[in-house]
Design a protein around this ligand. Sequence first.
Ligand code: SF4
Length: 266
Amino acid sequence: MEWLGLLQPSRNLHRAAQDVMALHRGKFPRDALTLKTLPGIGRSTAAAVASLCFGEPIAILDANVKRVLTRYLGFGQDLAVAKNEKLLWEKAQTLLPTQHVTQAMPHYTQGMMDLGATLCTPKNPQCLQCPVKENCKAAKEGKPENYPVKTKKLKRTSEQLWLLYAKTKNGEVWMVQRPQSGIWAGLYCLPVFESYEALQAFVKPKSKLDLQDMPVVKHVLTHKDLYLHPVALHLNNHKSLGQGHWFDQQTIAGIGLPAPIRKLVA
Ligand code: SF4
């Protein structure tokens, strides 16, 4: 039943209306930042409403506009990667009108959307009729259909790792060098284990001291979320823990460490 697809939008509309009444004293927000807080309104929709209705100088980046912009700029970075999309959004912002902004923005935004919907189509773009063809990099290259670049999104995965954070009372930390391949290749790091049991098995023959669980740290990689479980072990002396070294705080400050490890030990 087709109307079922309208249920969520209508619920969002109802909730948005309630929020406007409850949180904005019945006045519909006019800026993208506030519009984005309403149910069902994403970043690009908020920007479209704010620029089209209220002249706010803010870029939209729906699928049509992404296509126009990546072609116009010759932007070949993969838009499946979040930082590349963020960069495109920043570039889009630099192209906005700078004069008579309130009047110009609705025309600019509407023009970008129309260009993407009519001439700058996914296949067979009509470059000869396009008003921006003189400055369009993709048109000059002769292959506008090469843009935008967007590989299939890789499925995000997650991994749990346990870190032994062994520290002496003088502040020295036990570090090992990571293998030359894989995560944090070649960098010094706290000893990494795939399970708490493996960490315990490593420590127990060497120390009778208690292990203390520390708060879990989430570290986001490009296609993976790492959940790091640091486990503290406080020692009185420089007892060797096997392969690795004790590093004092001054040395730690001067060596390359993975970002989440530096946050933890610095
Ligand atoms: S010149 Fe062609 S590729 Fe460039 S924006 Fe216009 S229609 Fe798109």
